[in-house]
Design a protein around this ligand. Sequence first.
Ligand SMILES: *Cc1c(COP(=O)(O)O)cnc(C)c1O
Length: 423
Amino acid sequence: MSLDIDKRNIWHPYTSMVNPLTTYLIKKANRVHILLENGNSLIDGMSSWWAVIHGYNHPKLNEALKIQIDNFSHVMFGGLTHEPAIELTKRLLTILPESLDKFFYSDSGSVAVEVSMKMALQYFNAIGNKEKKEFITFRSGYFGDTWNAMSVCDPYTGMHKIFNGKLPIQNFINKPVINYNDEWDNSQISEIEKILSKKHSKIAGFILEPIVQGAGGMNFYHPNYLKIIRDLCNKYDILLIFDEIATGFGRTGKIFALEHANVTPDILNIGKAITGGYITFAATVTTKNIAETISNGENKVFMHGPTFMGNALACSVACASFDLLMSYNLKEMIRNIENIIKYHFNYAKEYKNVNDVRVLGAIGVIEMKKNVNIEEIQKLFVEKGIWVRPFGKLIYIMPSFIISNEELAFLCKKVLEVVETLD
Ligand SMILES: *Cc1c(COP(=O)(O)O)cnc(C)c1O
């Protein structure tokens, strides 16, 4: 009965109201186990889209929320403030590059991306540059589903192709071709330099996902790209915006992916795992210079302020999630996950239907030669007792950091068993 209403009345992400993909009713989730209503238990390979890094139903995170809920759940951030937001800021300051110290707390990753793009535009407005209104990014990127975020997602292979011609027109360069572990070669500089030297007078910001392109293709690219782009942004007076909504909080083996290159952007977006996957929340962090320039500009204020800005429940669970993360030996933890995924997924390199296998940190990707049928493959995974949701040609896992070696080995083996049977 309840599933009938789900099918008839509720939209799910990127799905049809006429012919929706199957949804599975869940009863409970604990650690890395998702318990379905029918009694089956699945080992979670997705961390609910990068977010649930400590597993479901974590006692420490539950406790933080229970304490805060008895205090208050939310107050407007206009004119009021609270300990959870201040505590969270104090904590984040200890892990971010020193120059990033002005925080804008919003309610989702896409909104954080909008905020970062508005910051860049307001900055140039404030210094009297009316020309710089466009953005540049790599192809194969994904930055969210709101209007300006969509405009920098891959314009052809991205999820928003039908909006082309309606979205703001941005500038795209080819996706990075040198992979994370490949040998670097300087030929990569010229394409980026060429377009920037031609268009820089119109470009306000270079927005990118450092090291890992997520939902746009699951590519892991060479850290030197970030160094080069940082230098070119300095040279051409372009603000560098990093979107670490997917990579932040340890996923690649570093707390932030920018640490792979030791490059600091002018604006940084974080989200997803920030609350350990408990509540939607995000932040846009920038420098003193940008914050003060905006505040001394024509507008005097930064023009954004969502209703649920700085939500206290989200801030309090984010503090607890931060403390857990700091209590781990993160490097060792993620290296162990990486090694186990590599060990198993490397077998898939031999499969005739597999195009590529790549693993970085707690992310394992099997790229098939053909697009997979999500409906069919999802059923096979569920039958095997795992939760994995591929897109396009990509079958990937990004488990919670607390998954045990045995659970992870089980997850990997079952993925391979399914992959092997696909044509
Ligand atoms: C998920 C994601 C977003 C969008 O975040 P939402 O919370 O879904 O709005 C933006 N950028 C990247 C890199 C993401 O992975």
